[in-house]
Design a protein around this ligand. Structure first.
Ligand SMILES: Cc1ncc(COP(=O)(O)O)c(C=O)c1O
Length: 378
């Protein structure tokens, strides 16, 4: 994640000094500006900032009209927000295995599609892009909506396109662990006018009094409040300038280390859906035992299975189908019985048990990380 420092402090101070903290205030401008800059960065026609990545996913689902009786395909390896967002709009998540790229497996997507499937949420985990060509082709074939969860990959590209701006809708997170860090925050991306108007209506229950010039024939409906404030947007503008240099550095470092690691007989570099733009680096051992040995002996960061809270077996409220009110339980409205069990995605568990994270060590000079890679590969 980019450093947070003096410039963000000055930007936040400027927003406070201007005295207009709400985005729809008279002289407010930071939020409008940063949304335009996010559009320029990603190529999406519309960007709508919201309070978190979770909010962005919920607003995107609401914008697409996903609701009770609908099934939404999500990977078994992601932060629970991806699976929880469908529940918040009355739909149910259906778990899909990942493949060795650590992203949703297009073949398993095909297997999990039912007459009730309405959407797919591919998640670009840890800056690793999903196989978007395959996913968009499946979506088109079956008439499904694709909402990219690009919360962990802001700024990353896939074959000349920006993640988050490839599907019908996309979601970004700006929490403290992400490529853009303002503590908490997020954004919905879309190039569809109607989806944008609906997301805007959902994220701001006062949308009808804001004087929006263009409503794209979408009447406002009852929404909620997910609006960001001007302080967040001012900080985000600064962070946005830092992201590309950071990703460029990651890309160079990754290429150098991956080429050294690829000579090892003990593991392979995790296959990537777009090697030319790759900024994520993990290695895949043949067995769970070999991965444990690797992390113990060669200073590899950790096995994903051990260091990640992003595995479906940890999603207790989803596995037990527990909601805040028993009558607000989408599994009761589902068109068929949906059950979950800890062993339902064993392929995902196997891959995560065999995958180790390799730190790119951006704080260190390149020659140090070259030595680290040589040691791991030895
Ligand atoms: C893959 C993924 N999706 C969604 C989210 C939710 O983002 P936020 O924490 O901003 O709500 C996160 C955040 O950790 C995430 O990693």
């Amino acid at each position: 994640m980019p450093a947070m420092g003096f410039c963000e402090w000055i930007a936040a101070g400027r927003a406070i000094a201007e005295g207009q903290l709400t985005r729809y205030g008279n002289k407010a401008h930071f939020t409008d500006e940063v949304e335009q800059e996010l559009c320029q960065l990603t190529g999406a026609k519309h960007t709508l900032t919201v309070t978190s990545g979770t909010s962005a996913l919920i607003a995107a689902l609401a914008a697409a009209g996903i609701g009770p009786g609908d099934e939404v395909l999500v990977p078994a390896y992601t932060w629970m927000a991806t699976a929880a967002a469908p529940v918040m709009v009355g739909a149910v998540p259906i778990l899909v295995d990942i493949n060795e790229t650590l992203t949703i497996d297009p073949e398993d997507i095909e297997r999990k599609i039912t007459p009730y499937t309405r959407a797919i949420i591919p998640v670009h985990m840890g800056n690793a892009p999903c196989d978007m060509d395959a996913i968009m082709a499946i979506a088109q074939k079956h008439g499904l909506i694709v909402i990219e969860d690009a919360c962990q990959s802001v700024g990353v590209r896939y074959k000349d396109h920006h993640l988050g701006a490839i599907g019908h809708l996309g979601a970004f997170s700006f929490n403290k662990m992400k490529n853009l860090n303002i503590g908490e925050g997020g954004a919905v991306l879309t190039s569809d006018d109607q989806f944008y108007a609906r997301a805007r209506s959902y994220h701001d229950l006062g949308a009808m009094i804001r004087g929006h010039e263009e409503r794209y024939n979408q009447p406002d409906f009852v929404g909620t409040n997910m609006k960001v404030n001007e302080i967040q947007s001012a900080m985000l503008q600064v962070q946005l300038r830092r992201v590309q240099p950071m990703l460029d550095q990651m890309q160079k470092r990754r290429a150098m280390m991956a080429s050294i690691l690829s000579h090892s007989d003990d593991f392979v570099v995790t296959p990537h859906n777009d090697n030319d733009n790759a900024v994520s680096l993990t290695i895949l051992a043949a067995t769970r035992e070999a991965a444990i040995e690797l992390q113990g002996q060669r200073g590899v960061w950790s096995r994903l299975y051990d260091c990640s809270r992003h595995i479906y077996t940890n999603w207790e409220p989803i596995l037990t189908q527990r909601t805040f009110h028993p009558k607000m339980n989408p599994w009761k409205w589902a068109k068929r019985d949906i059950t979950y069990s800890p062993d339902m995605c064993t392929r995902t568990l196997d891959i995560l048990q065999r995958t180790c994270v390799v730190n790119l060590g951006l704080k260190y000079p390149s020659f140090v990380m070259q030595k680290v890679a040589e040691r791991i590969a030895a």
